[in-house]
Ligand binder design. Structure first.
Ligand code: COA
Length: 333
């Protein structure tokens, strides 16, 4: 019988400092009313200057291992768009600090879809027999790459980390990942990007003109593509799992904008009440968004063992993905 990846641990961590919409409005031309009505966000967590993405990843990773009640894994995959450095990858350092030894460790770069790409990669390692247990972490510190003067991105993004442990198991067990569907469209890569600092426009060369080290996003176009791509991807994942839309108890989608989440539910013809909502308290935490929303929903009792879940995300690249999962007896830490 073929091996499936089964979720057996879930961890989350948020930096303690919280920034409310009113605090943002003290330094930017915005308001709590605008941010709440256009995005559904009320506050976001921001990492102290001394913390990097790896610090958040270690916290969430340790909690996921505790939730799974294990002390070792065969591989670590870290999804992030804000690595500690451009080189090397952040995952090996995280793995060493977690005391996980010399196992393979690598980063996955798919921005806000990163966690789903990492889950799919882990499931592939398990299915191939390369690993029996994989730690998957989604961690981002977007506060480090936002333009302090850009109200449209400052209002949306927050910092955080979430993690899951996958183990080898059987297809029909609770926690087994169902069909995983991923996609990309690089012809629209400019909709979400950091213009300078990579090999296209290294800072050295960029000194000749104006370097732009900040995260830029074409909000409206991204909004449209996010709804379209997550809906299509979700339909494919449901079809691949043999589920009807009506079978879904909770949609745990990327927490980008409440209006995007409602539009997605409308497109799928699914009750909006079935959307897990976490962004009101944390904003868009990029690769951490899906595991953080999942941990919050389980802790709050809106996701319970046996529930049929649809996970879906969309991000820069453009990238997107979806997968199904029947929630197992797992307590997030
Ligand atoms: N406070 C007040 N006004 C703001 C604002 C803020 N925080 N952010 C943007 N605005 C302004 C814009 O400057 C613009 O003003 P202008 O008309 O004078 O130029 C106006 O609001 C409308 O901008 P627009 O971008 O068309 O608004 P919108 O209704 O699309 O909302 C976003 C902006 C960014 C909230 C919305 O586009 C969005 O959420 N997009 C998806 C972003 C996302 O989730 N990205 C991550 C995906 S992985």
């Amino acid at each position: 019988m073929s091996r499936s990846a089964v979720l057996c641990g879930l961890g989350s961590w948020l930096p303690p400092r919280c920034v409310t919409n009113d605090e943002l409005a003290e330094e930017l031309d915005t308001s709590d009313a605008w941010i709440r009505s256009r995005t559904g966000i009320g506050q976001r967590h921001v990492a102290d200057a001394s913390m990097a993405t790896s610090d958040l990843a270690v916290e969430a990773g340790a909690r996921a291992l505790k939730s799974a009640q294990i002390g070792s894994v065969d591989a670590v995959i870290l999804a992030t768009a804000t690595p500690d450095r451009l080189c090397p990858a952040t995952a090996p350092g995280v793995t060493a600090r977690l005391g996980l030894g010399r196992v393979p460790a690598f980063d996955v770069a798919a921005v806000c879809t990163g966690f789903l790409y990492a889950l799919a990669t882990a499931a592939g390692l398990i299915a191939a027999g390369t690993a029996d247990r994989v730690l998957v972490i989604g961690a981002d510190t977007f506060s480090r790459i936002l333009d302090p003067a850009d109200r449209s991105t400052r209002a949306i993004f927050g910092d955080g980390a979430g993690a899951a442990v996958l183990r080898a198991g059987q297809r029909h067990e609770p926690g087994a990942l169902g069909a995983v569907q991923l996609g990309s469209d690089g012809s629209d890569e400019d909709l979400i990007r950091i213009p300078s600092g990579g090999s296209r426009d290294p800072f050295r060369a960029a000194t000749a003109h104006e370097a732009d080290p900040y995260f830029r996003m074409a909000g409206r176009a991204v909004f449209r593509r996010a709804v379209e791509c997550m809906a299509e991807s979700s339909r494919r994942a449901l079809a691949g799992s043999g589920w009807a839309v009506g079978d879904v108890d909770r949609v745990v989608s990327h927490q980008a904008n409440l209006r995007i989440m409602h539009a997605l539910a409308d497109q799928l013809v699914l009750d909006r009440e079935r959307c897990a909502i976490h962004l009101d308290r944390v904003g868009n935490t990029s690769a951490a968004s899906v595991p953080l929303a999942l941990a919050d929903a389980v802790a709050g009792g809106t996701v319970r063992p046996g529930h049929r879940l649809l996970l879906t995300a969309f991000g820069g690249g453009l990238t997107w993905g979806a997968c199904t999962l029947r929630w197992p007896e797992v307590e997030p830490v």
